[in-house]
Ligand binder design. Structure first.
Ligand code: SAH
Ligand code: SF4
Length: 365
């Protein structure tokens, strides 16, 4: 029998695993703390557990890390990991250091089925959901690299997590929510829900679920303020239109001035960057505690959009600010290593044909 990877377990599943193997329930608490407070990968170092139990656990199970294919470091300090999963497919994870925080950007799927026209990830043909272990594993790997254990220490390098890497997290809700609950667990990495942001193109039923079950910060990839344009930029809009999307955001729980919806708006030259667009945006989100992230379009090889000029972006931001909205212009990070928003795309297409069958294609919208 192959060893079970404990990284795939929720705390309750770890408890069940212990009970099934005649280990007392408190062993689960001990193992969990070693894994998520101290980042241990070896049972042999768990020195409050008897030696015989440690070797028993070692025969039965393992605590994995994703395999690293490549690490690239940008001149601005951003680090990007290309990660190889067990089936050979690849995803990317990014660490972005800033003055007051360090943010890890996690992937939730290999590729993405949603084909937003300006996004590199959306052009990747092969798609599958990541398991919760593969998602939390990305975070663990970054914390290993940055020597950020034990997880509660002062001056943590990883202070924030954003689900903004490859994939649409709300099309992989179960695994994403399991991983988020693990990173929020008090007895482990203990990240506050206020320091976790989930970005979605607008899968409405799961926005409601995220609000009810996780309560993390919500970011919406808006990019257009009318259905006609949004249908072409973010095609999932044909299924979940703007009116319903805005309504569901309005109802997102516990919104306040200190807990706002983030609207992501990629600035595309002559497409969505006019004064009229800015004014319509203000009307659309009126009354919702909001912050608008203006993202200069990051080009990628073969993309046919252009970035709006600096003047246009500044003007757009000013209109929003005059209407009372915080509207920071996002500085592209790690552009020299293709780690910026929308530039992530693995080389999965280069996988040998024999491996392709093992990838489960998702339903395409
Ligand atoms: N699938 C999710 C999360 C990943 S994308 C979503 O769409 O929200 C993270 C953010 O990068 C999204 O707002 C996305 O629209 C934006 N993005 C995608 N391609 C981009 C590009 N080429 N330039 C700038 N931002 C881009
Ligand atoms: Fe998928 Fe998000 Fe890219 Fe759209 S922007 S294709 S939803 S990853």
């Amino acid at each position: 029998m192959s060893r079970q990877d404990l990284l795939n377990f929720s705390f309750d599943e770890l408890k069940a695993f212990c009970l099934n193997n005649d280990l007392p329930r408190f062993r689960a608490t001990q193992i969990w703390r070693w894994m998520y407070c101290f980042g241990l990968q070896s049972f042999l170092e768990m020195n409050n557990i008897s030696k015989s139990t440690r070797s028993f656990l070692n025969e039965l199970s393992l605590i994995s890390r994703p395999q690293i294919s490549e690490i690239k470091e940008s001149k601005d300090g951003t680090i990007k990991w290309l990660i190889k999963l067990k089936d050979g497919s690849e995803v990317e994870t990014v660490y972005i250091p800033q003055e007051d925080r360090g943010t890890v950007c996690l992937s939730s799927q290999v590729g993405c089925t949603l084909n937003c026209s300006f996004c590199h990830t959306g052009t990747q043909a092969l798609v599958r959901n990541l398991t919760s272990g593969e998602i939390i594993g990305q975070l663990m790997l970054v914390m290993d690299h940055l020597n950020d254990w034990p997880s509660g220490k002062n001056h943590r390098k990883v202070t924030n997590v954003v689900m903004m890497g490859m994939g649409e997290p709300l099309l992989n809700y179960d695994e994403v929510s399991k991983a988020i609950k693990i990173m929020m667990s008090d007895d482990g990495i203990s990240l506050s829900r206020r320091r976790i942001t989930l970005s979605t193109s607008g899968i409405i039923p799961n926005i409601d679920k995220t609000g009810a079950e996780l309560g993390v910060n919500l970011a919406i990839s808006l990019h257009a303020v009318n259905d006609k344009l949004r249908d072409t930029l973010v095609p999932i809009n044909k299924k979940y239109n703007l009116k319903d999307l805005i309504n569901s955001c309005r109802n997102y729980p516990n919104l306040s001035n200190s807990r706002r919806i983030t609207w992501e708006y990629v600035m595309l030259k002559d497409i969505n960057d006019s004064e009229e667009d800015a004014n319509n945006l203000i009307k659309l989100i009126k009354g919702i505690p909001s912050k608008i992230n203006l993202i200069p379009f990051n080009p990628w090889p073969g993309s046919f959009f252009e970035t709006s000029s600096k003047n246009k972006i500044d003007n757009f931001a000013k209109i929003l600010m005059d209407a009372g909205f915080a509207s920071p212009i996002r500085k592209p990070r790690g552009q020299d290593i293709y780690a910026a928003c929308g530039q992530l795309k693995s080389d999965t297409e280069k996988i040998r044909k024999s491996q392709i069958n093992k990838l489960v294609p998702l339903h395409s919208f």
